[in-house]
Design a protein around this ligand. Structure first.
Ligand code: FMN
Length: 378
């Protein structure tokens, strides 16, 4: 099916989504991590390069977010204190609850880094065991940890023992399909005091290909006794979330790319979870206002130059949704200054006002795609 309203700006027609009915809410309790009860069952999964403080703050202001996580941070770099690394761990009182995610394979370094996180505003320390990128796995970190059961459980136990805040683990189902080790690890981690698990329902070998293995996530849920398990992978609509809850029995859901594409997803999911009605999708104008607040958030925390450079990275995401036309997109990805940005917002608002009749934006209009650029191999 093709979009019946064509503004002539696009060569490729945009598919009109199949609007599935809103499913009934899937009963469940609020999730506790350690002593802290999260306000909703939905958390923002880390997306290196995107889930930085300016983005987390605007997401939190929209509502519905139970918890957010930093991008993954090298434990070694953190304790060496490089400026770029410290920026990854930047936080503030409004940024709560926050999990700082660290990776590394040396127990002492991980312990040191976890303590650093505790002393610098983290409410939770999350250990990354899911990253498939060679740079991380060749040092024995990320998903490579899933090949070293004894060392890995020992490392996690040391980290748990070293801090008073909860320690959580985010991982994939296993290295490859031959053996899904996540249920084993989850059980062992619970025994040594880990407070929650987030499980991306793919293996390391899969990367981001193929579907999410809900059965694999269910096995992790069944492997633990008490701690909450967050199901993760490809959730971007209420229907996806309902399926994730029903098929896996998970306590909560972590959402990454769906949150970038559709920041309102947390608010809609939490409303649905409370009342059964997720409320309306945002209008295009609200989407534009969100883009503006995202840039303003960058501007308030960074220099103007850095805000512009960082915004360029996310400009394409916004253009996919707002569809302002190629010319504006080309300019937005090269944004030069705050004044230039304000001018672009005005021009996009003008375009949107000419096509008000298009109404609400629906997330199913867009496939979940990986961002381009140096981190595209995630
Ligand atoms: C660009 C990008 C960066 C990511 N960075 C991280 C990271 O820093 N730490 C991590 O544990 N997972 C990371 N992931 C994995 C996501 O957190 C998540 O597990 C995965 O994208 C599947 O969930 P989703 O379909 O909701 O995005 C990243 C994924 C992408 C696409």
């Amino acid at each position: 099916m093709q979009n019946p309203v064509s503004d002539g700006l696009y060569e490729v027609p945009i598919a009109v989504p199949q609007l599935e009915p809103i499913p009934p809410r899937v009963p469940g309790r609020l999730v506790k991590i350690g002593e802290r009860t999260l306000s909703t069952r939905f958390t923002l999964a880390p997306l290196a390069g995107y889930t930085n403080l300016p983005f987390r703050l605007v997401m939190r202001r929209l509502g519905g977010l139970g918890m957010a996580t930093t991008d993954l941070i090298s434990a070694r770099a953190l304790i060496q204190g490089g400026g770029k690394t410290l920026e990854l761990a930047e936080t503030c009182p409004e940024d709560e609850p926050l999990a700082m995610q660290i990776f590394g394979s040396e127990p002492d370094v991980m312990v040191h880094a976890a303590k650093w996180c505790q002393d610098h505003g983290a409410h939770i320390v999350d250990i990354n065991m899911g990253c498939p990128v060679n740079k991380v796995t060749k040092g024995g970190g990320g998903s490579a940890m899933m090949c070293q059961p004894t060392n890995t459980v020992g490392l996690v136990e040391k980290v748990v023992g070293a801090v008073s805040i909860p320690v959580t683990v985010k991982m994939r189902l296993g290295w490859d399909d031959t053996e899904l080790t996540a249920p084993f690890f989850s059980r062992e981690f619970e025994k040594v005091g880990v407070a929650a698990i987030t499980i991306h329902g793919r293996t390391r070998e899969q990367g981001f290909r193929g579907g999410v293995n809900e059965e694999g996530i269910r096995r992790v849920v069944e492997a633990v006794e008490k701690i909450p398990v967050f199901g993760n992978g490809d959730v971007r609509t209420i229907q996806d979330a309902a399926r994730m809850f029903k098929d896996t029995g998970c306590a909560g859901i972590a959402i990454g790319r769906g949150g970038l594409m559709h920041p309102w997803i947390f608010k809609r999911l939490s409303l649905w979870d409370e009342t059964g009605d997720p409320g309306p999708h945002p209008t295009y104008r609200e989407r534009l206002e969100f883009m503006d607040s995202h840039f303003q958030s960058m501007l308030s925390l960074r220099t103007e130059r850095s805000a512009c450079i960082n915004f360029r990275k996310v400009a394409t995401w916004y253009c996919k949704v707002l569809r302002p036309g190629k010319k504006i997109q080309q300019e937005l990805v090269m944004i030069q200054s705050a004044e230039h940005f304000a001018n672009m917002v005005g021009r996009i608002a003008e375009i949107l006002s000419q096509r008000e009749e298009k109404g609400e934006w629906h997330p199913a209009e867009h496939e979940i795609r990986l961002p381009e650029g140096p981190i595209a191999h995630w």
